[in-house]
Structure formats: structure tokens, C-alpha cells
Write a protein that binds this ligand. Structure first.
Ligand SMILES: Cc1ncc(COP(=O)(O)O)c(C=O)c1O
Length: 396
């Protein structure tokens, strides 16, 4: 075993099930391990390296900003943060942005914002309805909202006021809504839960229910946002507008950043002293995010995502025709899952890694692809060939 892996096992908390390779560098759609073995990266740091590794625009922005100012705190104004907020407001149709450092923090902030709004305008309403199989992060509030019982139970008691309903079931949302309900929190496509698409019209019905009952609709675009599904935000496919939106992961293509966006009449309920974080709006992270936004909106990266997605679906569906163990190919844009009719996902992931392809398993029978938005058709073909070989090896 590598000395690095031995040292990790000795010196770090053992809270991750890491795959046994030490990654030392990356470029475009590829990473290399300490032995210079090359891998096609179809996991993208868990939907983070949206423009691939060391994209020239992102690297240049980081380089330039890091020579000017790396950090100063939210006691002062800084320009990359203000530029990024302006960019996000213009692209989202929401009015204001609060920056933080991760997805869980963005969700935590959205929960506090909804509670603050309920405190001021909603007769103290504070309860939040979210979906089973939904994932919103590991901090206590975000965990309470997360719909997978096995993540929550070892940490109970969690903050009160969270209810979970079956994904896609509007009737259950209606039944669980009470005078205490302040918001509904959903992913537009469930990522960690297995790349679960929303039933047609579901999010529109949720939006209507929120409008009718004066509830806030919080959309968690942490995994689906920033072009992942072929539109800047996945909720655009559903013709809905959230009241609050959470972003993180792909926003800075690799640097830690989170953001919460909201309408003016909601955002302005947080007043000085209510909420904050030392690193939020970090100049280097924001400069990287500005480079990502510029590359996505001014180049043709976003336009290409549906074309690349079609290629992936074509390849994977033809694989499904050849391999009866493949049950379903689902997803949107470059967020795609392959479900098997047996629990072979972990073995397939291991075999793929041996053959030079990184991906992960989101369920015992489901693997997930989150390649960079800059992936090429040739790389997609290569990945699908490796997947096929891996399935063959695992199922002999
Ligand atoms: C939809 C969604 N929300 C929130 C989170 C939490 O983000 P982070 O790991 O940055 O805290 C994740 C992470 O996978 C996610 O997929």
C-alpha cells in the first residue's frame, strides 16, 4: 500500500470510504495518480470541477487574484464578490446573494433565512418540508432536512421542524402543510439519492402550492446548478422560479464556495448580526467563479452540454441493449445514472477505476456520471467502453 494511504489511515479521521488511489494532478477531463496512472474523471470531484481540471480561465483568475488579495473578511467590501453577486443576480432573476463556503452552509443559511422570514411575516412559522431520498448536507440543519434516515439517526436529536415526504408526491406535501410550515426545500433532480428525476409537472405543482399558501420554495441547485443539466439552473426546465436558491459545488470549478440567492423581500430580513461567515465571499474563490460564469455564458460550453448528453445517452442506451443487467439510464445533461438489476455498483466502480475511469455509486445498484461540462465525445466513448468491459468482468 502507498505510504500516503498508510499515513492517511493513521492521521486522518476515518469518516470517508476513499478509493485507494492518491491523485496528484489533473488536466481537462483527466487526473493522474502518484504512479502517473491516468484516469478519465467522470466524477469531477463530485460535480465540482465543472470546467474540468486546471481550466486556463479558472487558473488564470486564481493566479491573478491570489497575487492581489487572498482574504480580508466581510468587514470590508471586495470587488470579486460584488462582481459575482451581480453576475448571479442577472442570470437567476433573484435579487441578492449571500456567500458562504460549501453546500451544507448554503442550505443552513437558506433554512435560517426562511425561519427569519417566518418569524417576521409568517406568525412564527418555521417548519420545512423536504423529500425522502433528498440530500442537503451534513451540518445539523441540513442533515435534519436530508431525507435519508440512516444519515440522520446516529446524530439525533436534530433540530425540530423538518418533515419528509415521498419524492414526487404533491398530495403528501399538501397533507403535511400546517400553519407552522414556512418553506418547501427540494432538489430539482435528486443527486445523491440516485439521480431521481422529478415526475412531470411536480415542481410546478409545488410552486403553485407555495403561492397559494404563502410558503417559500427553496430550490437546492448545489449539484444540478451551473450548467450541469444543460441549463444554468435545472429548475429552468420546470418553468418555475424559486424564492430562495442554494448553489455550491461547480460554481468555482474546484474552489470552495457556496451561495444563497433570494428575492429582496426575503433576503432583507437578515440584518447585521443575524448571520455571517469569516471566509464567505473569499476573493480568490469569487474570482474563479466569475471566470466559470464568463466561460459558461460567453463561450459555447453550455450550448454543448445537450449535445454531449445526447451522446452519453446514446452510448449508454446501446450498452443497455447489449447488457440485460442494465435496468435504466436516467438523468439530464451531464448528470446521469446507470441502474443495474443487481447490487454490483461498487464492484463496477472498482473495476472501472482499475481500467482508468473514475465514477461513483449512489446506490448499491446504481453508478453515477458527473463528467466535466467540457468533456469530448471521444472521451465519452472511451468511458462507455470501459464501463462495458467492467460490467463484463463483474458479471462473469
Ligand atoms: C443537492 C446537495 N445539497 C447539498 C449538498 C452538500 O454540499 P457540501 O458537501 O458542499 O456541504 C450536496 C452534496 O452532495 C448536494 O448534492
Amino acid at each position: 500500500m502507498s505510504q500516503w494511504i498508510e499515513d492517511e489511515k493513521k492521521y486522518l479521521f476515518q469518516n470517508y470510504g476513499r478509493q485507494p488511489i492518491v491523485i496528484t494532478r489533473g488536466e481537462g477531463s483527466f487526473v493522474w495518480d502518484e504512479n502517473e496512472k491516468q484516469y478519465l474523471d467522470f466524477l469531477g470531484g463530485l460535480a465540482v470541477t465543472s470546467l474540468g481540471h486546471t481550466h486556463p480561465a479558472v487558473t488564470a483568475a486564481i493566479d491573478e487574484q491570489s497575487k492581489k488579495l487572498v482574504h480580508t473578511s466581510n468587514l470590508y467590501y471586495t470587488t470579486p464578490m460584488i462582481t459575482l453577486a451581480k453576475n448571479l443576480v442577472q442570470l437567476s432573476g433573484l435579487d441578492r446573494v449571500l456567500f458562504c463556503n460549501s453546500g451544507a452552509e448554503a442550505v443552513e443559511t437558506a433554512i435560517k433565512l426562511a425561519r427569519r422570514w417566518g418569524h417576521d411575516l409568517g406568525n412564527g412559522a418555521y417548519e420545512i418540508i423536504s423529500a425522502e431520498d433528498g440530500f442537503h448536507g451534513r451540518s445539523l440543519g441540513a442533515l435534519a432536512a436530508t431525507g435519508t434516515a440512516r444519515y440522520r439517526e446516529p446524530f439525533e436529536p436534530l433540530p425540530i421542524g423538518f418533515h419528509h415526504v415521498a419524492w414526487g408526491n404533491i398530495e403528501e406535501i399538501k397533507q403535511k402543510t400546517t400553519a407552522e410550515t414556512v418553506a418547501i426545500l427540494l432538489e430539482p433532480i435528486q443527486g445523491e439519492g440516485g439521480v431521481n428525476m422529478p415526475p412531470s409537472g411536480y415542481l410546478q405543482e409545488v410552486r403553485d402550492w407555495c403561492n397559494k399558501n404563502n410558503l417559500l420554495l427553496i430550490i437546492d441547485e448545489i449539484q444540478t446548478g451551473i450548467g450541469r443539466t444543460g441549463k444554468l439552473f435545472a429548475h429552468e426546465y420546470e418553468n418555475i422560479q424559486p424564492d430562495i436558491m442554494c448553489l455550491a459545488k461547480g460554481l468555482a470549478s474546484g474552489l470552495p464556495i457556496g451561495a444563497v440567492l433570494a428575492r429582496d423581500d426575503i433576503a432583507l430580513h437578515l440584518i447585521p448580526g443575524d448571520h455571517g461567515t469569516t471566509f464567505g465571499g473569499n476573493p480568490v474563490a469569487c474570482a474563479a467563479a466569475n471566470a466559470v460564469i464568463e466561460t459558461l455564458t460567453e463561450g459555447n460550453v453550455l450550448e454543448e452540454v445537450p449535445v454531449l448528453s445526447e451522446e452519453m445517452f446514446k452510448q449508454l442506451e446501446s450498452l443497455a441493449d447489449r447488457k440485460s443487467i442494465v435496468n435504466e439510464v436516467r438523468g439530464r445533461g451531464l448528470m446521469i445514472a446507470v441502474e443495474f438489476d443487481k447490487d454490483i455498483a461498487a464492484d463496477v466502480v472498482n473495476e472501472c477505476r482499475e481500467l482508468g475511469l473514475l465514477l461513483n455509486n449512489v446506490r448499491p445498484n446504481t453508478v453515477r456520471f458527473l463528467p466535466p461540462l467540457t468533456i469530448t465525445k471521444e472521451e465519452i466513448q472511451q468511458a462507455c467502453q470501459i464501463l462495458e468491459k467492467s460490467i463484463e468482468k463483474v458479471t462473469v
